[in-house]
Ligand binder design. Structure first.
Ligand code: UT7
Length: 331
């Protein structure tokens, strides 16, 4: 029997127009372009401006573009999954809002919260519904308005993050393309090192939570860096090994864009040279759930049908994971 796999048949990104440069950050906190570029690789990031616009706005823009590009009508979509750490509201979920904004009605839609690994988690989950034959067209979105929770008085974190969104269409494939394997992992040991403390049920908003800046991202960067380097490299090597992939079999590594040094360490561990690594951290920074689809969108013209891609991510939780897929778009 032919194995049905979920393949990506369309990719679309969206980034807001406003560019926050390192030079502008220099006017806000005690930092400098040289430090930011040498420690992270980031030169600029996009910021969503405008009253009342949240992650759903960017996600909906990406989905609208995706439907137009793939010639798909909203009525054809069977399921929409949104990965986000910056939902518009605690409830309803951002996936519900995106569906409404793009005219997708009466289907299941829900959010996944796995911080920077959200897209890898959502893709893994979506692929199951295709493989079982339950659904034929699934949209997976990664969208984050990190500027909503970044503390622009904290130089250790404010230089890292940006806003953006990306969306893919998943459809069944019986010709050997699509998602072949995936690994998702988590370890709650990560909570103290990377979190947004208040706003949920443990610490609902009070004057004190606001004064303590608990509604912003807190990160112990050095600790997170250590875990990220090890786990992202290990999980990428593990998915290669268990699928008998040598480094020359990998056409592209598509890593989460948190820090250029973490990306280089992962590529090094896999034996993959940097010319096979997708990187756009310099222009978007860390857009959390959007980094991987934004990379695929940026590099789409260079991808060939049948290319072996390894997607890898690490983030708050801690969460991490990897996806091995064969690119299905092209001649
Ligand atoms: O995507 C989710 C997962 N997140 C990550 O993977 C992020 C992982 N962590 C990192 O990428 C890095 O730890 C950072 C980029 C956040 C920080 O780089 P680092 O090399 O670990 O720097 P550090 O935090 O150890 O700080 C080194 C120095 C400190 O000064 P002292 O104490 O040595 O005098 C900091 O105060 O750099 C200082 N510093 C800065 N200086 C200029 C920290 N931030 C800045 C800044 N500009 N923006």
């Amino acid at each position: 029997m032919t194995q049905i796999r979920a393949s990506i048949t369309g990719i679309q990104g969206y980034v807001p127009d406003y560019i926050l440069t390192n030079a502008e950050l220099e006017t806000m906190v005690a930092t400098n372009d040289e430090w930011i570029v040498s420690r992270t690789g980031i030169k600029e990031r996009r910021i969503l401006k405008g009253e009342g616009l949240g992650s759903s706005h960017m996600g909906a823009e990406a989905v609208k573009g995706l439907l137009a590009k793939t010639n798909t009508s909203p009525e054809e979509i069977d399921l929409l999954i949104c990965a986000t750490t910056t939902p518009d509201f605690i409830f309803p979920c951002t996936a519900n809002l995106i569906c409404d904004m793009v005219g997708i009605r009466n289907i299941g839609s829900f959010d996944i919260q796995a911080a920077c690994s959200g897209f890898v988690y959502a893709l893994t989950l979506g692929s199951q519904f295709i493989e079982t034959g339950k659904y034929k067209k699934i949209v997976v979105v990664g969208t984050d308005k990190m500027s909503a929770i970044v503390d622009y008085t904290d130089r250790k974190t404010c230089i890292l993050f940006g806003d953006g969104a990306g969306a893919v269409l998943l459809e069944p494939d019986a010709e050997g393309y699509g998602i072949i394997d995936s690994i998702i992992r988590s370890d709650g040991v990560g909570y103290p090192y990377l979190h947004q403390k208040a706003g949920g049920s443990r610490y609902p908003p009070t004057h004190e939570t606001v004064e303590n800046r608990w509604h912003h991202v807190y990160q112990d960067g050095a600790q997170v860096f250590k875990f990220a380097v090890t786990n992202m490299a290990d999980v990428s090597a593990e998915i290669m090994e268990r699928n008998n992939l040598a480094s020359e079999d990998v056409a592209w590594l598509v890593p989460h864009q948190a820090n250029r040094r973490i990306i280089e360490a992962t590529a090094n561990r896999m034996g993959v040279s940097m010319d096979k690594v997708m990187m756009n951290i310099q222009k978007y920074g860390n857009t959390t759930a959007a980094t991987i689809p934004l990379c695929l969108w940026d590099y789409e013209a260079q991808l060939k049908k049948g290319d072996n891609l390894i997607l890898s991510a690490f983030g708050g939780g801690f969460t991490w994971g990897s996806v091995y897929l064969k690119w299905a778009i092209g001649a």
